[in-house]
Design a protein around this ligand. Structure first.
Ligand SMILES: [Zn+2]
Ligand SMILES: [Zn+2]
Length: 368
């Protein structure tokens, strides 16, 4: 049985998002309908509303959510009605070379579910019956969503849905970059450029991994205060464009072992590379504009064995990493409560996006 629901929709680029009544069809073969409990407001959602990420409109936003299964389609055996789930915005085919290697974030079939379900069709329509696209096969900034079973991960029902939602993007992107991509070792020194939702999670990931020195860099004092609460041992307030290589080298004894770029800027990727010392690794986590590029002093790559690499969605395997992150939360090691700085009703969604743009929150969450 289909459902009537409210959803946050982007109709026009650079216009405020709108809250609309929509219809959500029942799941077909291999699909599941979820009653969404909470959805984080992520920079990627904002990027879809301003055209930085070009997705077809109209588009139901949202990809960082948790909820409860209310209906399962034919052939679904891994989830049942009543299960709690977190949405995973990467579609993985499970069969390609990268999926087989345990690197589903690189799945070659991923493009199939950028704005539709993986079969290229939609289960969502507006009040006039016109189809609505869904962000990354999810579109979970809505009271109900029908998704492919491979875009969902079952979780422990004891975990509150608003906290669980965050592992669907920001937490796994940041903590995963530390655990899976860089494999930060105890005692290491770490520099983190940008202390937004992802940067704070890089910082807490580095703290959990046992890094001895964690230097947070941001242009806003408020973000640096937050960074300290998530485990930064030192902070540097930067003016836009300022070169902080010298103070960073001083704080890290000649250069950090690891540096993370969490903004999406070629200039900062170069700064992260300069901040690492011999044998160090700079990891670009932020997604820059398509036209952006970066440069490094080429000879330092062989002579100092420095690494410049990237991390997409924390190089995660969702079915392994989501429960792992939530386990760390249940043990009191991973901070999720502190990450949510504001909760919004669905009607307040336009305000939630304005607050995100104004960098007011660590994470804003829409409760559904
Ligand atoms: Zn996101
Ligand atoms: Zn694949």
């Amino acid at each position: 049985m289909g459902k009537a629901a409210r959803a946050v929709v982007c109709r026009k680029i650079n216009r405020p998002v709108v809250v609309e009544f929509i219809t959500v069809d029942s799941p077909k073969r291999g699909e599941v309908m979820v009653k969404v409990g909470a959805c984080g407001v992520c920079h990627s959602d904002l990027s879809a509303t301003n055209g930085t990420i070009a997705l077809p409109l109209p588009l139901i936003l949202g990809h960082e959510a948790a909820g409860e299964v209310v209906e399962v389609g034919e052939g679904v055996t891994s989830l049942a009605v009543g299960d709690h789930v977190v949405a995973s915005f990467i579609y993985m085919c499970g069969r390609c070379r990268f999926c087989s290697l345990g690197r589903p974030v690189l799945c070659v079939e991923q493009g199939r579910a950028l704005s539709t379900l993986p079969d290229g069709t939609l289960r969502t329509a507006d009040a006039q019956g016109k189809p609505l696209n869904v962000f990354s096969g999810c579109g979970v900034m809505a009271e109900y969503a029908t998704m492919h079973v491979d875009n969902l991960v079952k979780i422990d029902p004891k975990i509150p849905l608003d906290r669980a939602a965050l592992v669907g993007c920001a937490v796994t992107t940041g903590v995963g970059a530390v655990f899976n991509t860089a494999r930060v070792t105890p005692g290491a020194s770490v520099a983190v450029f940008g202390c937004g939702g992802v940067g704070l999670n890089v910082i807490q990931g580095a703290a959990i991994a046992g890094a001895e020195r964690i230097v947070a860099i941001d242009t806003l004092e408020s973000k640096l205060q937050m960074a300290r609460r998530f485990g930064a041992t030192d902070v540097l307030l930067a003016k836009p464009g300022e070169d902080l290589t010298k103070p960073l080298k001083k704080l890290t004894g000649g250069g950090a072992d690891y540096a993370f770029e969490c903004v999406g800027s070629g200039e900062l990727a170069a700064a992260a590379y300069k901040a690492i010392g011999r044998g160090g690794m700079a990891v670009v986590v932020g997604v820059a504009k398509a036209s952006d590029s970066t440069s490094v002093r080429t000879m330092t790559l062989p002579l100092e064995e420095k690494t410049l690499t990237g991390s997409y969605f924390g190089s995660c395997v969702p079915r392994v990493d989501f429960p792992r992150m939530l386990g760390l939360y249940m043990q009191g090691k991973l901070k999720l409560d502190e990450l949510i700085t504001k909760r919004y009703s669905i009607d307040e969604a336009p305000q939630a996006f304005a607050d995100l743009e104004a960098a007011k929150n660590a994470r804003g969450v829409i409760e559904l």
